[in-house]
Design a protein around this ligand. Structure first.
Ligand code: NAP
Length: 286
């Protein structure tokens, strides 16, 4: 039987519609809309396009957004001064630092400076520490989206064998921690893993976040497994994931398409984090 397709676009629409109602209720209660500030350094066209679409997504459900565009040669101190200003503004609830940053910028210093309660990407040391310690905080968007897609597959995460491929701070490591919090037995694979197929073959849940086309093939996947594809690469101009979709869908129990799977959910989770941050500041801090 062919796998259930985990439609990230449809799930994003459902969750975003529910969030729009929450945004409206928030604005009525507080007299201000949740507000997301995006910082962009330099002229990378892809980064510009990402920030534009994040702002458009926010605007569609009543979240206000402001974009701050700094020159490519901006020194770290100037960026830190802007972050301090945004940290101090009560009308700004979320701060998004678009990456990659130019080489002269001390990225660690930047992420350490963002107020953890405004850190809608969940990448500050404070929020990553909270995740590690199992405490409430803002969690990185892609891993949150991955968990929502696994839940949409209707499987029991507790007690399952989960394999995460990729160990970045942005995706792999926080995804592994979230699965661990939900009581999966987690194996974290990476470029030095000796026999990737051996680990993937026994997994009930596979999350691949590498960026290498056709890394996960049909013969590597346990029948009935849930397969979540995060990786993005281009083959002959087309966007593809890490998973050989056509082959793997024949054996998997559920699978995300690429595009249309994890990408839309990352966008949705950024909006959810922005509303969570606004609530935290106006309803939980005082
Ligand atoms: P990253 O920092 O480059 O990490 C890639 C990871 O893959 C590393 O841990 C690397 O291992 C591992 N790896 C490389 N080759 C491997 C192999 N042959 N077998 C097993 N593991 C291997 O990338 P990232 O930021 O985590 O992003 C991963 C992918 O997801 C990229 O394609 C990115 O574009 C995509 N992405 C998608 C979304 C979305 O919403 N869909 C969001 C964010 C990122 P080492 O640590 O040993 O080098």
């Amino acid at each position: 039987m062919a796998a259930k397709i985990l439609d990230g676009d449809a799930l994003r629409r459902t969750r975003t519609a529910a969030l729009a109602a929450a945004v409206q209720a928030f604005a009525t209660r507080h007299g201000v809309a949740p507000c997301l500030a995006a910082i962009l350094v330099g002229d990378d066209p892809a980064s510009h396009s990402y920030v534009r679409s994040k702002a458009r997504d926010a605007g569609r459900i009543g979240i206000r957004s402001e974009t701050f565009h700094l020159a490519a040669a901006t020194p770290t101190a100037e960026l830190l001064a802007l972050i301090d200003e945004l940290n101090g503004r009560p009308d700004v609830h979320g701060i998004l630092q678009q990456v990659p940053l130019p080489p002269q910028i001390d990225a660690e210093a930047v992420f350490e400076r963002i107020d953890p309660d405004k850190d809608v990407d969940g990448l500050t040391p404070a929020n990553l520490g909270r995740l590690l310690r199992g405490r409430a905080g803002l969690v990185p968007c892609t891993p949150l989206g991955v968990l929502a897609l696994i839940d949409a597959a209707g499987v029991d995460i507790a007690g399952s064998d989960a394999v995460v491929i990729g160990r970045s701070t942005l995706v792999g490591k926080p995804t592994a921690l979230l699965l661990l919090q939900r009581h999966a037995t987690v194996t974290l694979c990476h470029s030095r893993t000796a026999d990737l197929a051996h680990h993937v073959r026994r997994a009930d849940i596979v999350v691949s976040a590498v960026g290498q086309a056709r890394l996960i093939r049909r013969e590597m996947v346990k029948p009935g497994a849930v397969v979540i594809d995060v990786g993005v690469s281009r083959v002959n101009g087309a966007v593809v994931g890490d998973v050989d979709f056509d082959g793997v869908r024949e054996v998997a129990g559920a699978i995300t398409p690429m595009p249309g799977g994890t990408g839309p959910m990352t966008r949705a989770m950024l909006l959810e984090n922005t509303v969570a941050a606004a609530r935290r500041q106006l309803e939980e801090r005082s």
